[in-house]
Design a protein around this ligand. Structure first.
Ligand SMILES: Cc1ncc(COP(=O)(O)O)c(C=O)c1O
Length: 451
């Protein structure tokens, strides 16, 4: 960190835009517009602010820039594709690059050899991937003569984006307080148990039995009403909740026993975050459908993809000749996004990024767990290149302590993300060892100052 990162009272913002028109997502708009924080450039592990400071990216943007920023290979692939063919529909028409990208994804698809989920449905975002996977699950059940299965099961503290399907199975109350949800959605208990599992590196020891909650819902509603169960293998947006040892295996077994499809939402855990291409590979548990987005194109061009097992895909291909799945988006398989995705896969392959988190995980966990004992730190959870550092909430002001840490880190050259009073870290996978120490140092100092 250079002197450039010392906080300034009156930053020299050139060409500052008017702020009124952009209604910002998931943002306290009035607070932000009173004291804006702006990035104007990005390269490698760093952002540049509008007052010229370098900020180390501790969050890969929003869990998406796994190969870091400013990758020339992606930029030139996008430029080439734009010049060759900017857009073409994929409804009853095709273009080669969408098929090529799907084939490349099929090669690294989640699941063991011979059982890979190698049928790929393209979407435009994580939320669209979730709604697509839920709809595929419903269509599958109907196709195999199980049309009574219309219920979708999510989990408390799950985040599955902001579509009506996603908020229905999601377990974040504030995301749906103002909105109606799908009938019949229900939720497993969450797996977070700080009394037993605080300060765990990797998977917690306690809590596999929480998967039995699915048996409770089967007993309550009847298996014949349940189409699918969706979980994030590692929950990110609600503060890094790592699955207890044996939990995902047990969930898989219960789904199998009752004909329920298992969906992993890997929008953040996909593409190397844990040290394997997908969390399904890392944990050795194969679901029936996997939702992805974000790292799919290194965050450069909006795109998502749902990976489906052949049994799911083929069940729909066995029906009457004609459109098998009445679903799709204008931008499904967008050629420019496919170009960005192919170039991203090249980088992941050439730089070994899909497994790099495994090499860094021990150092990462040690540096993060060294923050134990700092004032008001009540839990630290790490896995792969993810960390959750939970702070004690201020009385009567939940979330305020972590928000202050976030603002302090930003002023001192580190981008972190906070959710409630939990700091969530997920740096680009190109992270160097020295930067692990820098993240720990800046964050630790901020926690001390704010506490
Ligand atoms: C697990 C998970 N699912 C879905 C989404 C939604 O993705 P998007 O914001 O691209 O719609 C997110 C976003 O963070 C996510 O973390």
């Amino acid at each position: 960190m250079s002197d450039l990162n010392a906080p300034t009272d009156a930053p020299a913002r050139k060409n500052a835009p008017a702020l009124e028109a952009f209604w910002m997502p998931f943002t306290a708009n009035r607070q932000f517009k009173a004291a804006p924080r702006m990035f104007v450039a990005a390269d490698g592990m760093h952002y540049t602010t509008d007052d010229g400071r370098q900020v180390l990216d501790g969050t890969a943007g929003l869990w998406c820039c796994n190969a870091g920023h400013g990758r020339r290979g992606i930029a030139s692939a996008v430029e080439r594709q734009l010049a060759t063919m900017d857009f073409a529909p994929t409804f009853q028409m095709g273009h080669p690059i969408a098929f090529e990208f799907a084939e490349r994804l099929a090669e690294i698809a989640p699941g063991p050899r011979g059982k890979k989920l190698d049928r790929v449905f393209f979407t435009g975002s994580g939320s669209e991937s979730v709604d697509t996977a839920l709809k595929i699950a419903l269509a599958y059940q109907r196709a195999v003569g199980q049309g009574t299965r219309t219920r979708l099961i999510g989990r408390e503290r799950g985040y599955h984006g902001v579509g009506f399907g996603g908020i229905s199975v999601g377990g974040i109350v504030s995301n749906r307080r103002a909105f109606p949800t799908l009938p019949g959605a229900d939720h497993l208990r969450h797996t977070h148990d700080p009394a037993k599992n605080a300060f765990t590196k990797g998977q917690p020891e306690h809590g596999a039995e929480l998967a039995d909650d699915l048996e409770r819902l089967v007993a309550l509603h009847g298996a014949e009403t349940i189409a699918a169960c969706i979980v994030e293998p590692v929950a990110g947006s609600t503060g890094v909740l790592v699955p207890p040892k044996g939990y995902l295996e047990r969930l898989r077994a219960i789904c199998d026993a009752h004909g329920i499809l298992l969906i992993f939402d890997e929008v953040i855990s996909g593409f190397g975050r844990l040290g394997a291409p997908f969390a399904a590979d890392f944990f050795g548990v194969t679901p029936d459908l996997v939702c992805t987005a974000k790292g799919l194109t290194n965050g450069t061009i909006p795109m998502g993809a749902v990976f489906a097992g052949r049994h799911v895909h083929d069940a729909l291909m066995d029906g009457p000749d004609g459109i098998e799945l009445f679903h799709g988006y204008t931008y499904s398989g967008h050629p420019v996004a496919c170009a960005a995705g192919l170039a991203t896969l090249d980088i992941y392959r050439d730089e070994g990024l899909l497994t790099r988190a495994a090499e860094l995980a021990d150092d990462w966990a040690s540096a993060m767990h060294d923050l134990r004992g700092r004032n008001r730190v009540i839990d630290i959870r790490t896995i792969g290149l993810i960390a959750g550092i939970e702070l004690e909430p201020r009385p009567g002001a939940p979330g305020k302590r972590a928000y202050d840490v976030f603002v302090d880190c930003f002023a001192r050259g580190l981008l972190i993300r906070v959710t409630g009073d939990i700091v969530a870290l997920s740096p680009p996978l190109i992270l160097e060892h020295g930067q692990i120490d820098e993240i720990a140092r800046v964050l630790g100092d901020a926690i001390d100052r704010v506490a």
